[in-house]
Structures are given as structure tokens and as C-alpha cells.
Design a protein around this ligand. Structure first.
Ligand code: ADP
Ligand code: MG
Length: 314
């Protein structure tokens, strides 16, 4: 029988790079820079709710950390530490090896120390808490949007939800598009470097995990503003445009792109940091004073749409 301690030792206890005390004691110790604030977020992934049973464990390891990194990136902060709590039906060494390889691939790419966690028996659930730093008062909040701000998004929207819909057998995709969409779903790339540079130039930011409309809804609600979005400026695959399946880009979950608002005067700065960090960005609309989201087509015609993104209890 494998013990909890052997699992931790074999798969999760890796040398840390910027931590005073990592795994092995009752608690970890970290040092925060002077004049900085800590930024902390948790995300939980539950089998059959957040991922399908047959998901490649190395992809799952990557994704479980990547989605947490995305939250810290959207605050404009630098992620540095993570804890990993995992409940497993059985100590499957092959599964654990692959999972931890995927996890540490992501951790090493983005400079994260794994500093603790918990390991228990139970239905497969992965819960990560991520901690980062930012200079005092510099965090990007959902509440910061100002009237006439440009609304921007990184990357392309809708691919991950098309991937999931395809795996569920509800949509047919060409092999090439399928590969792209499954990659978006299972190995999302959090916009870490771009987020880090954004705090100087943006007024507000959120990461898109539950669909553009729902997450933009959080920005306008918290900022007490409205938004106008130009449908033809939303970055998405040509398949979505030609088949008019815009719901993937508007309401599909799991994109982990950044949605942010910034004053017009910062356009050149934003384009510069996008170029420097090799990040695709698109301006999709602007903030208004109308307290609702309007979507218009290229002729300025108002479109009706469903505002439902993903909600676990809806
Ligand atoms: P305790 O009984 O005090 O909760 P544990 O035996 O659960 O301690 O954990 C021992 C050490 O291993 C602690 O440092 C804890 O943070 C760490 N740890 C436990 N599970 C994990 C995990 N899945 N990933 C990383 N660290 C873990
Ligand atoms: Mg414990």
C-alpha cells in the first residue's frame, strides 16, 4: 500500500526556488517583498464537472495550475507560490506521475514554487490556492472601468467550449480545428506576462472563465457602467463566423483569456506590451454609462443574445 507520505514525497516534493520553507513541516513560510501586497486565489476542479473522466492526467496537472495563474494574471500581479490539495479515489502511481509532470511543467514555466497542500482519499478533486505579489495598490480590479474605456481581449474566444462540445459528440469539427480546440480546452496558456505589464495601463481586468458576456457582466456591474461590443471585432475562429455559432465566443467557458478596459490614451502602450509579450489582442468595444451590455453588428444594428455563461447552480 502506498501511503499519503510516499505520494507527497514521490510526486509533489520538489525543490523550491524562492521560498523560505516549503513542503514537509506543518506550514510553509514565504517572504513577501517590502511595499508589496499579497494576491491570493483558489480554484477547484472536480471530475465530470470541470473535466471529463478520460482527460490526460498531464493535461489536467497543467490546467489545474494554469487556471489559477490566470486569476493572478488578471489582477496584474506576479504569481509565486501555490498549494495543491487533492483527493484521489486510489493511489494510481501512473496517474500521479503524469499529473505531477503536467503540474510542474506549468509551475516551472511560470516560476511557481509548490509549497504545500493536502492529500486525501475521495472522488477526484483538485484544489489549488495560488499566491502572488504586486506593488501596493497596483492591482487591477473588476470595479475600475471608466466611461469610454476601450474594451480589449487577449487571444481567441470560444475554442475551448467548441473542444468540449466536440468531445461530448455534439459538434463535428475538422481534424485541424479539433486539435486546436482540444488544446485550448486541456492546455490553456494563461496570459501571465501580459497581465504583469497591464496594471500600469488598464483600468479594470478579469479573466474569461465563464464566457465573455458573463465575465464582462462582472466588470460592468462592479464598475456601475455598461458596455457596447462589436460582434465582428470579437476574435474567434473563422468557423464560428461562417457558421454563425457566436454563442461559443460569447458564452463559452474555459477560455482563460484576459478581458480588460483601458483609456483611449493608452492604446499605443497596450499594443506595445502585447507585441513585446507576443500576445494577440483585439479591441472589441467600449464602456458606456448605460448599465447593460449591447452587442451590435457591422451595420450598427443591435443584436439580441443570451446572457447566460456558465453557472454551476443555474
Ligand atoms: P498535516 O498532517 O500537518 O496536515 P500532511 O501530512 O497533510 O500534514 O502534509 C505534510 C506536508 O506535505 C505538508 O507540508 C503539506 O503542506 C504537504 N502536502 C500534503 N499534500 C500535498 C500535496 N498534494 N501537494 C503538495 N504538498 C502537499
Ligand atoms: Mg494534511
Amino acid at each position: 500500500m502506498t501511503s499519503e507520505f510516499e505520494i507527497i514525497q514521490r510526486h509533489f516534493n520538489k525543490k523550491t526556488k524562492h521560498t523560505i520553507l516549503g513542503i514537509g513541516d506543518d506550514a510553509a513560510i514565504i517572504k513577501v517583498q517590502k511595499n508589496y501586497e499579497m494576491v491570493i486565489s483558489s480554484d477547484m476542479l472536480v471530475e465530470n464537472i470541470h473535466f471529463l473522466k478520460k482527460t490526460d492526467p498531464s493535461h489536467l496537472g497543467w490546467k489545474s495550475l494554469a487556471v489559477n495563474l490566470s486569476d493572478i494574471a488578471s489582477m496584474g500581479a506576479k504569481a509565486k507560490w501555490a498549494t495543491l490539495s487533492i483527493s484521489l479515489p486510489k493511489p494510481d502511481q501512473i496517474w500521479l506521475k503524469k499529473f505531477s509532470q503536467g503540474f510542474f511543467k506549468c509551475a516551472e514555466k511560470f516560476g511557481i514554487d509548490l509549497i504545500g497542500g493536502d492529500t486525501t482519499k475521495g472522488p477526484l478533486t483538485i484544489s489549488i490556492t495560488i499566491m502572488g505579489e504586486i506593488a501596493k495598490g497596483q492591482s487591477l480590479l473588476r470595479s475600475g472601468a471608466k466611461i469610454n474605456d476601450d474594451i480589449w481581449v487577449t487571444g481567441q474566444l470560444g475554442n475551448a467550449s467548441m473542444g468540449l462540445t466536440n468531445l461530448q459528440g455534439k459538434i463535428k469539427l475538422t481534424p485541424q480545428l479539433k486539435t486546436k480546440c482540444i488544446k485550448a480546452l486541456e492546455i490553456p496558456m494563461p496570459k501571465v506576462l501580459f497581465g504583469l505589464h497591464l496594471s500600469k495601463f488598464a483600468h479594470s481586468c478579469i479573466d474569461i472563465s465563464d464566457g465573455l458576456i458573463q465575465d464582462l457582466g462582472h466588470i460592468i456591474k462592479n464598475s456601475k457602467k455598461g458596455a457596447t461590443i462589436f460582434l465582428n471585432q470579437i476574435p474567434c475562429d473563422d468557423f464560428i463566423k461562417t457558421s454563425k455559432k457566436y454563442h461559443f465566443a460569447l458564452n463559452g467557458g474555459d477560455d482563460y483569456e484576459l478581458l480588460f478596459t483601458a483609456p483611449l490614451k493608452n492604446r499605443a502602450h497596450i499594443e506595445k506590451i502585447a507585441k513585446e509579450t507576443n500576445t494577440k489582442i483585439s479591441m472589441i468595444g467600449s464602456i458606456s454609462n448605460q448599465r447593460s451590455i449591447k452587442i451590435v453588428n457591422e451595420n450598427g444594428k443591435l443584436l439580441s443574445f443570451s446572457s447566460k455563461g456558465f453557472d454551476h447552480f443555474a
